[in-house]
Design a protein around this ligand. Structure first.
Ligand code: ADP
Length: 231
């Protein structure tokens, strides 16, 4: 049985935070396309150089690039029992690619749409700080570190991500509205398993317990994977 969860939602809806917390519920890797792309940028490799300007502008990286990145990651041994996708798919092309990939392997994913009010999203994104070393996310309003400006886990000075500047935030939200939000309808049309949940009015830990319950519920739960074509 492959436990495939797709966390879907606007930038700032808490996908990354939920994905981290869900590791207590599902022992499967958290696959974030944003984190993977940022890692390539930090490495300074060819892919990183190619995508850096796009990410800094808050627009979407090309479908072929992320599709390949995700496919390679899903082929790794630790993803065979399952995975939590965070930030992918974000366009119709990516969604079709993912569905094709999963269907070919008999994997039935569960899409969880984290619904958060627009004003809450903007407050969250503008207050966001991240540890440049371990990636832990904080928010100066709702989830501050114990010591201002410093990561609780490794003492690194927290930073504002380049794409968390206000003008870029607006662009990211516009991209979500035009390219990603329509996928909800797409998932419905295609009969994918979609669960929508209010993710704006409770603490991340409480939400995570609820999301875990959904994932483990018998009606929505994972069914054994069909053998893939190649056996
Ligand atoms: P958020 O969900 O808060 O926008 P992410 O870390 O998921 O943050 O994404 C940051 C940026 O990385 C996006 O604005 C985009 O440039 C790029 N990116 C991440 N995932 C994808 C994807 N699936 N398709 C295209 N671009 C992506």
């Amino acid at each position: 049985m492959t436990q495939a969860v797709v966390l879907f939602g606007s930038p700032g809806s808490g996908k990354g935070t939920q994905a981290s917390l869900l590791k207590n519920c599902l022992q499967v890797p958290h696959i974030s396309t944003g984190d993977m792309l940022r890692e390539h940028i930090r490495d300074g490799n060819a892919l990183g150089v190619r995508v850096a300007a796009t990410m800094q502008a808050g627009t979407l990286v090309r479908d072929e690039v992320v599709n390949q990145l995700v496919e390679e990651r899903l082929a790794e041994p630790d993803a065979q029992a399952g995975f939590i996708l965070d930030g992918y798919p974000r366009t119709r092309e990516q969604a079709e690619h993912l569905i094709g990939y999963l269907d070919a392997r008999g994997i039935r994913e569960l899409v969880i749409h984290l619904i958060v009010d627009y004003n809450v999203i903007v407050t969250r994104l503008t207050g966001r700080r991240q540890c440049p070393r371990c990636g832990t996310l904080y928010n100066i309003v709702s989830n501050p570190p114990r010591v201002e400006g410093v990561c609780d886990l490794d003492g690194q000075a927290l930073v504002i991500r380049d794409d968390d500047r206000e003008v870029v935030i607006r662009r990211r939200l516009a991209e979500y509205d035009s390219q990603s939000r329509p996928l909800i309808e797409f998932f419905r049309e295609k009969g994918r398993r979609l669960f929508e949940i209010d993710a704006g009015s409770q603490a991340p830990e409480a939400l995570s317990v609820q999301v875990c319950r959904i994932i483990k519920s018998p009606e929505l739960g994972f069914t054994p994977a069909m053998p893939a074509g190649k056996g």
